[in-house]
Design a protein around this ligand. Sequence first.
Ligand SMILES: [Zn+2]
Ligand SMILES: [Zn+2]
Length: 285
Amino acid sequence: MYDSSIGGPLLWPADEPWPHCHGPHDWDLLTDEWNPDALDPSQSLADAKLTRYDPEPWRDIGDVPNAMLPVAQLFTRDVPGLRPPPGKDLLQILWCPVDHDDVMPKTTLVWRTAADVTDVLRAAPVPSAAEYGYDYIPFPCKLDPEPIVEYPTDFDELGEESLEQMRQWASREHIAIDPDDVKSWFVSNVCVSPGWKVGGHIRWGTTDPYPQPCPTCGTGTESLLTVASSEWDAATHSWIPYEDQALADDYSTTVGPRVTIARGYNMILRICPTSPDHPHIQLMQ
Ligand SMILES: [Zn+2]
Ligand SMILES: [Zn+2]
């Protein structure tokens, strides 16, 4: 019953308190509101998101604790690239589905041992507020993860000879690339995949790459999860899974979890390789 998923449900112990976010929430924050008791019991929040796109009424959630929402549940049996703390085999990620100081939802990570959860929480608390447009309510997706290979993007260290090899490869493959745009074509189509992913490289875009040290010990952090606003776009067709290629021209608006970060960016969660007790960091690109 409990699978690796986006948008829940989570394998959560019945006797463990559900995480709530205590902010700080911006006093000027305007959010969608719904009355959980008024929801059709047969509807999930994601159903409500699809059927009730209603920007009113507004309200200010202030410092009211907000129940966090399941974002990702990843079992190591499905995602062997995860590096859990000793004895753990399940990662659960939740977020408070409103913007915080960094203009992103605030996330929390929970590592656990799946076999320890025998008495499962049946009904998770529902957030009392979510960001406008329900942008941060993932459409539930069962995961069928696929390993992929990515490459670093520091092409500036590659000489003209390597670039010429790339041009020749593209020519042999009958791929039309602007000769002056070889680097960006390879970054988009070969090096860094778009979409939700575990690990891998960052699609830098809003800024140039910059170091991401652990705030506790200074060790360089590693990407854990990328939350993407789309699974692909016009520049990244090469990454579309074979089974989704018929949908290619929909530009992913109707596939995947349908989360939108800041109108179209990615949110990357990064963790310290030294200790799971060190706080994770999140950045937007
Ligand atoms: Zn919050
Ligand atoms: Zn650290």
